[in-house]
Each structure stands twice: as C-alpha cells, then as structure tokens.
Write a protein that binds this ligand. Sequence first.
Ligand code: ADP
Ligand code: MG
Length: 650
Amino acid sequence: MASSMEAQRKSLPIYSARDRLIREIKTNPCCIVVGETGSGKTTQIPQYLHETGLSKKGLIGITQPRRVAAISIATRVAKEQSVSLGAEVGYAVRFEDCTGPSTKIKYQTDGLLLREAIQDPLLSRYLVVILDEAHERTVHTDVLFGVIKGAQKERRERHIKLLRIVIMSATLDTSSYSNYFNNAKVLYIQGRQYHVNVYYTLKPQSDYIHSAITTVLQLHGEEESGENGDILVFLTGQDEIESMLHTLIQCKSLFPSHWKDMMVLPLFSALPSAQQQKVFQKPPPNTRKVILSTNIAETSLTLSGVKYVIDTGMVKGRGYNPLMGLDLLLVQPISKAQARQRLGRAGRESEGYCYRLYTEESFLQLEENTVPEIQRCNLSSVLLQLLAMGIKDILSFEFMDQPPEESLIAALEELVLLKAVNKEEETLELTPLGKRMSSFPLSPSLSSCLLASVDYDCVVELVTLVSLLSVDTVLYTPTDGREKADLARMKFFCPEGDHLMLMKIHKAYQTSNEKKSWCHDNYIHARNMSTVQDIRKQLKEICRQNSLQLTSNNDGERLRKTLLCGFFRNVAEHVRDGKYLTVLSRQEVFIHPSSCLFSVTPPPPFVMYTELVHTTKCYMRMVSVIDPKWLFEIAPNYFHKTMTTNMIQD
Ligand code: ADP
Ligand code: MG
C-alpha cells in the first residue's frame, strides 16, 4: 500500500521539479509557483519541504479558500505520509481544529490563518506560509498578502527567523503577484493536459439545472461503450446540488436494465469529511460517477476519472453595495478564466468533453478574470480583524488591489455603529467590546448580538441562535416534497418569525431521543443540525475564555431585541402587497418563500432580517417581526437620524 502511494507521488508532474523547488524556496524569501490543477502543488510541496527538514524550524502552513479542500487535502497528505490525521499532518478550519503538538504540516482556511494573526501578528510559529489558490482572490487571501508581507519584513528587522512565503496559483497571470512580493521568483510546473472538446448551447437556457439534468441523462444514455468516463457538473450551492441529486436518483429507477449504474455524489463545503472522501474513490465496476459540485472542484480538488464536464456558467459569490449597506450572496456568471479552469477538469487523463450550458456569445461576453472579492464584499469583518492585529492606518495598508474607499468607509461606519470602534478625529481605536467581538469567529453583526446577550441575560439562547444562523439551513426541503415538509414543520410555526421558529426546532431536537429519525420525520437537516451542536460548544468555550456568564432566558421578545442589537440596520417596513422597503436605504425587498412569515396575512408591518439573498428579487431569508419602538431603545442615535415617516407617526 505504502509503496503504491509512493509510486503515485513520484508519477505526479511536479515530482521532476522537486529538487529545483526545494532549492528555490530555500534560497528565496518569496516564491510564486504556477502549475495546472492536478500537477501536485498543494499535496506535494509541503511534503517536499517537510522531508527536506525545513519543518524542524517551524510550521509549514498552507491556506485554502475552502474548508472542504483543507480537510480533504490534509487527509490525503496524512495518508501519503503514513501518519494519522492531526499528528504530523493536520488541518484547522472554522469551528474545527485537528492539529496537535507534533503537527508540522498544517492545512487551514485562509480565514483561519487571518484569525491566528490576531493573536500573533508575526506568525512566529510558522517557518513557511503557503498561500494556495491565490488566483481565487478571496478577501481573506488578499488581506493575508499584506499581513504576511508585513510579518516577513518585521521579522527580518527584528532578526527573528525568516518567514518564507510561497504563493501558489493555477493561472498564469503572475506579474501582479511578483511585483507585489518584491519581484518574487516565479516557478512554473509543467502539467498534463489533453485536448477537450467544447460544446455550447445554441440558445440561452432559462433553467440551467434542468439543462444540466438533461445533459447528464443524455450523456449517460448515449455512451454505451465500455468506457467509464465520469461526469462533473458545476453548480452554485448546496440547495441546487441536493435538488439535482434527488432528481437524478429518482431517474435512475427508470433506467433500462442494460445501462450502466450511476453513482451520484455531492461535493460542497458543508459536506462532512467522510462523505467528501467518496468523490475520490473508484466507483464499483460498470458504474459511472456523476459528481455535483460547487466551484470547489474548479481548481482546489482534483478528481480523477472525469471525462465530461458540464458547466452551468454560474457561481455563487459575494456581492456588496456599500452605498445601500447591502451584503448579498449572488448567483452570478463566472469569468472566462474560471470557464477555462472548469473545462480543463475534463482533460486530465485523456481527451475530454466540456458542455457549456450557455451560448458561445455569452462566453465571449464574460469578464476575463474574476474580480477580487475584496472589491465586492462587506469589509467590516476584515477591518475589525486588522484593527485587532494593531493595524490602525487602514487606508495605507498595502493591499495588492485596493478595495473601494466607500467600502472601507461603510465598514468603518458599521463598526462604529456596533460600538466596536471609537473614531476620534483621525485615529481609530478598537473598544474593549470590539476586542471581544474580534475573538469570535463570526461576522461583527453576529458577534455583536452575542455580546449584547450579556446585558439581556440570555447568553445561552444567543449562542444557540447564532450557531443555527451559522449553518446554511437546518430545514430540509426536498424539491418534490415541499408541501409535505411544510406540513411536517407546521407545528414549529412562530408568528414572531423564523428566528424563534429555529429556537423551537432546536429545543424539540434536543429533547428528542432518536435524533436521526426525529430529523427525518420533521424534515430537519440532521447533518447541519449536528454541526450546530459543534458550533455551540465552541462558542460557549470562547464565551468562557472571555469570562462571559452563560445566563439563560428564553423570552421571545428579549431574544428578538438582542438579535436586533447586531442587526438594527436590517429592518424593513411593509409598503403594500408584500413589498417591503429597507428603512435605511429604501431598497425594495421581499420575504423569502422559505420564511415562515411568507404567507402570513396581513404581512407584518416591521421586520428584521439576518440574511439577504438576491435571485429574481431581493429576498430577506431569515425574518422576524419587530416592534419599531425597540429601535429607539436599541439604537437611539441611529434611529433618530433615519426615522421613516411611518415610524415618526408611530
Ligand atoms: P494541484 O494542487 O497542483 O492542483 P494536488 O496536489 O491537489 O494538485 O493533487 C495532486 C494529485 O493528488 C492529483 O492527481 C489528485 O488526483 C491526487 N489527490 C489529491 N487528493 C486526493 C485524495 N483525497 N484522494 C486521492 N487522490 C488525491
Ligand atoms: Mg491545489
């Protein structure tokens, strides 16, 4: 077993560059490594450095934009090193730390390394920091660019051991990285890539999921030869993946008996590691794997056996409008660079096929490269973290690409409103509350209501509520069983809204004996619900570290008021026919169909939401009824200024 693993490692394209890589990384303070997805960058380079003895002097840290990738790659590398996961090779992601005193190679999310830098801005435990998947330009990676560059400089000045920096990317456009890191050396790894045939649709598709299902079924039905090419479908998120999974599994029962079997596997961030690993396993004989994935499989994870790629052309990404203060998760078109990466996934082992579910014309209209996330997201979390690291002069922080000034100002205003920051003339001062907020791995709004619960004596309840809001959803709604699910969950209905409903569900879950079957009977997401329990544990631990008393009170009005302390800007008032306007920016919003308040008549006059999604319209996804008077109590300064006419009459 070990020797076959060894042979596989040696067969990777990167192996022939091993000595050169080790030499260059040892002699240059900064290196940029570019190579095709699958060439072995992520799994091999940390091992090379470890095997050459570098890790004796400090940790080798590798960041990944996504938790799935961090976990799955660490699992693989532990296997290659024949050690147990969490020993020499470990990983750390938000709410989960699987490392130990002997850990030398640590895979982690970029967000987590940024958190670590709050405690230790010089990253002194690390000898090497590898920022992987740099081309994705996540906001955390972008901020880390500046943080590690600063740490390297400061360590040099203070004669602390050199921090070695490696930036890895799957795309060739490296000049901006090299310039930024003092003309860092760029190392190219030769990859393997076979020809991929591309097909476009003739007409734009109105429903890309439907087209994706049809394409999978056609491919599966047409190809009768013994060839066993797997199919990889790119979708935008967990809900889409689960609904397509469900439909395909139903279709399977209608397959003629001479067809191959089909093994449909989901792949997205919230998936537990054991299930993630399935996508790497060989399917049983005469079976085709169909992997339904978010853009995680674009460059982070390499799946073997894929011959067909179905590209919906869409991705879920962050969007932000600082002027309106709207933070959105948007399903948006990918860039040309992403489309090329997706296509490449089909040609790793032999000639492949890529079905783009959009027209060639639409492809030509796509943006060349993905816009860095830092230019299109809410920066309040990042700003709070930078301040907590002691970086006060935010406007002169060295970003590779500067975020828009209005985003920085909006983020600052948010932090001032949440009382995390004092703005005295020119200087920014983190308040003790702000310092505490920064110790929670949560958005400033969520940590703000969690800390407000101290004054409202309901810390335990807010820990639970915040945990429930930290997973995608705890409601399980199959596409063809919406009515049944709604019916089963009717008993949890709360006229006060979704947040109290979640609390009610959680309470029932806790008192149930058979959690799994209880979840099944009530259409509750068992997996996400168990993640909620892990998150609660961790948040309670952080509360303890901050000496917060775990007080408890489950009065519904109190809980909503506490929540409002972090979300008082997310208030909307009903205008007519279910249409709401946000109090702050007069933006048109609607209650999401999944909300328990969706069909309540008459619609509640004032609501607060904790999440906004934009599909066909702007939808408030987690909604609670509020009394506008609470706003004057909770944020008197703010609601003096922006009162609406209705509220004044009130
Ligand atoms: P890169 O970072 O250059 O894209 P990786 O280091 O991620 O490449 O992958 C190198 C090889 O290791 C790939 O061929 C991939 O198939 C294999 N590999 C990675 N993770 C796993 C896993 N969990 N199980 C089996 N093979 C894996
Ligand atoms: Mg990689």
